[in-house]
Design a protein around this ligand. Sequence first.
Ligand SMILES: *Cc1c(COP(=O)(O)O)cnc(C)c1O
Length: 464
Amino acid sequence: MSHSAHEATKHTAKLRALPSVDRVLAEPALAELLGRLSRGEVTEAVRDAISNARGALISDRSAATDPGELARLAAQSLLPLLEPSLRPVINATGVVIHTNLGRAPVSEAAERAMARTASGYSNLEYDLESGSRGSRAGHLESLLCAVSGAQAGVAVNNNAAALYFALNAFCAGREVIVSRGQAVEIGGGFRIPDVLRQSGARLVEVGTTNRTRAQDYADAVSQDTAAILRVHSSNFRIVGFTEEPALAELRGVANEAGALLIDDLGSGCLLDTRRFGLSYEPRPQDSAAAGADLVLFSGDKLLGGPQAGLIVGRSESIDQLRRHPLMRALRLDKAAIAGLAATLRHYVIGEAVEAVPVWRMIAADIDELDARARGWRDALGAGEIEDAESPIGGGSLPAETRPTRVLGLAHPHPSEITRLLREHDPPVIARVEHGRLLLDPRTVLPGEDGQVIEALRDVIGAAP
Ligand SMILES: *Cc1c(COP(=O)(O)O)cnc(C)c1O
């Protein structure tokens, strides 16, 4: 027998072992799924599983031919249809604003407001007094003014949208002056020069990466200048020989040029961060007071609310945005409006540090963190209490950390432990430092301690 004929026979024998679609469909493993999904959907998954096995056998790889195993593979491939892909995790990394973990958890009041608004009807665009059409933007306006001291305010989908919107509405076809040190990438491929280009504005870079003076801006002014844009370096820091003009100085240059002054602050920090042993993070109220026409910031960074882009500033500019056709494309949904309003109210009432989770975490007392870490260790009967730092993270206060107390676990394969913790239900996300597994109580929400202990017990028992 020739070599290839022999191969063909071998394949045929193996392929003959594959069961029929009907044979796999009859497996008990699929009975429950057939009750929940259409027969066509399940049949398709079984066909795929058999076809994958056939492909593997033909190319001499091993594959399951057992009907039970093929049914299990088919069932697994259908899981995303039945179980949510997006689900809660426990953040034991200590990174307060963790972009990959959904940034800020909202307050209880915001959570309630969001759930109530999402699951029922509301006066979203209905004036209860007159019984006629009302304004969606009206629900946030006075709160935005109260927290920022600005004349007016409006909210859109996120801060990236806010920046694009401001540039498109006021600067398309004209020039925007930006310091070289601020023509940066904010994260996830969001680059200031690209956003400018997309908006139709032309970037005019001035100064150098580390030093830019007010005169550099003044020298770049032309008849085409539409705006001066300042971008806060929210996710990096240039240290050493640096210089940046104050916003009030740029106000002077913008006035001379007849241009707008736009300030992209990023984090939207409304509190004085020095209270918490952190360096000062510029606040929207500072920018409004310094005379910026438009101040832009995120809803879900240090503001601690749902995803949103907030724009506060002078009435003329905000009014123009409100009437702009893009407003409709970028507007916030009702649940986010409800959550944002509830969050802003915490600041207006003066209860943000107690009510807004990101501030509660930042403000957490070291003794309280120590007690929780000890509680975990005692319940587990393993690990050591260690000093560490919790990064604030997520495009807010780069390089800034708060001293914390963590549970440290030594293990020959710490990455194996973090994997098992990720696979736990609910997943627990920890960090590894110097080959040790660290769990930081700062970002573990009240009420999650028991679940952390349970996860650690399961995982340490299961780890090799
Ligand atoms: C985070 C950030 C943005 C983007 O904000 P999103 O709300 O994520 O869209 C824009 N500019 C600055 C300076 C930022 O820090």
